[in-house]
Design a protein around this ligand. Structure first.
Ligand code: TMP
Ligand code: MG
Length: 315
């Protein structure tokens, strides 16, 4: 018994050593405990919760420009009016600094976020978007996905690990982006995000469905009672991936024993590194790949066969 435990401990230490070559870990002891539990319980007890904008997608494109978020993918479409685009940009310039203001609490910021999302949705409704043209609108704008994500999604599909995409963006856009890149598998994947409502007769977006999801209320959005909840309710371990501190709330409405948090610190590294290290178990810096998570999945799947020669592939 002792031998078995100590060997599992050693293997987890080896896993930590490999992860540390590619990411930062502040609290090694806690991370070790979480990884040990995940590896010992195996993939049949694991599920993934993942933010979309700047987590599944990259923050920067390869040419150094900002990669668009799901709201911006839609607003970039040539089918939307110049007046709409000016107004959306005005909202972004006013509300984004409030989202990022470190002198305000999340409770103080929340009413502004609700105001922003409601105004943005009203503007979209005013554009008379037809359900049938959404796919073409999304296809107009190229979106760079995070390196390693395609492999992660494939591994989760093959090993039947549930994968929840949890986003304050636009679910209809996210679905189109993922489907176009063959990154959405309905058997093990599910999207929780803001959803456009289309008129049954005209097919035009005339409302948004409840609940409204903004950056600071992800904990309140319950998936209890949904078919996806039945899939994950007996899986006690979760890996949560996000790029913003608010993303940590994504697992709050879901019962679990262990939540291993992986944070993507994409830019302003000097300013935010200490906060991210204290907030997330594992921090991936500079818009880096998902390879650390891919490696944890492989290791959990096959921990007995791992030896000292194993390493992370791309990063
Ligand atoms: P996320 O939760 O998937 O990361 O997406 C939320 C981001 O969307 C947040 O940082 C603000 C941004 N956003 C826009 O860029 N434009 C908009 O119109 C709205 C409402 C949000
Ligand atoms: Mg994000």
């Amino acid at each position: 018994m002792y031998e078995k435990m100590s060997s599992a401990n050693e293997k987890t230490q080896k896993l930590i050593n490999i992860i540390q070559q590619h990411a930062r870990i502040h609290d090694i002891e806690t991370t070790h405990k979480k990884l040990l539990k995940i590896v010992e319980d195996g993939l049949s007890n694991l599920h993934i919760i993942c933010d979309f904008d700047c987590t599944m997608t990259r923050y920067f494109r390869s040419n150094g420009e900002r990669n668009p978020g799901s709201h911006n993918i839609l607003s970039a479409s040539s089918r939307l009016t110049p007046e709409y685009k000016i107004e959306v940009k005005r909202l972004l310039d006013y509300y984004y600094p409030i989202e990022m203001n470190s002198a305000m609490t999340e409770e103080e910021k929340a009413p502004y976020m609700i105001e922003w999302w409601n105004k943005a949705h009203e503007l979209l409704i005013g554009q008379n978007i037809n359900k049938n043209v959404l796919k073409d609108m999304v296809a107009e704008t190229e979106v760079a996905m995070r390196p390693g994500l395609d492999e992660l999604i494939e591994k989760c599909k093959n090993q039947n690990v549930p994968f929840l995409v949890f986003s304050a963006g636009l679910g209809d856009v996210i679905e189109q982006v993922l489907a176009a890149k063959n990154l959405f598998h309905p058997n093990n994947m599910h999207i929780v995000s803001n959803q456009m409502g289309f008129n049954d007769e005209t097919g035009i977006c005339d409302h948004f469905k409840e609940p409204l999801i903004h950056v600071f209320n992800k904990s309140e959005v319950m998936i209890k009672g949904s078919p996806y909840h039945e899939i994950i309710e007996n899986r006690s371990n979760v890996i949560l991936m996000g790029d913003s501190v608010g993303d940590l709330q994504m697992s709050r409405g879901i019962h679990h024993d262990t939540c291993l948090t992986v944070g993507f610190l994409n830019n302003m590294i000097d300013k935010f590194l200490i906060t991210y290290l204290k907030t997330f178990d594992i921090v991936i810096i500079g818009d880096g790949p998902t390879d650390v998570v891919n490696f944890i999945i492989d290791y959990t799947n096959n921990s007995n066969n791992f030896n000292n020669n194993n390493s992370i592939k791309h990063s």
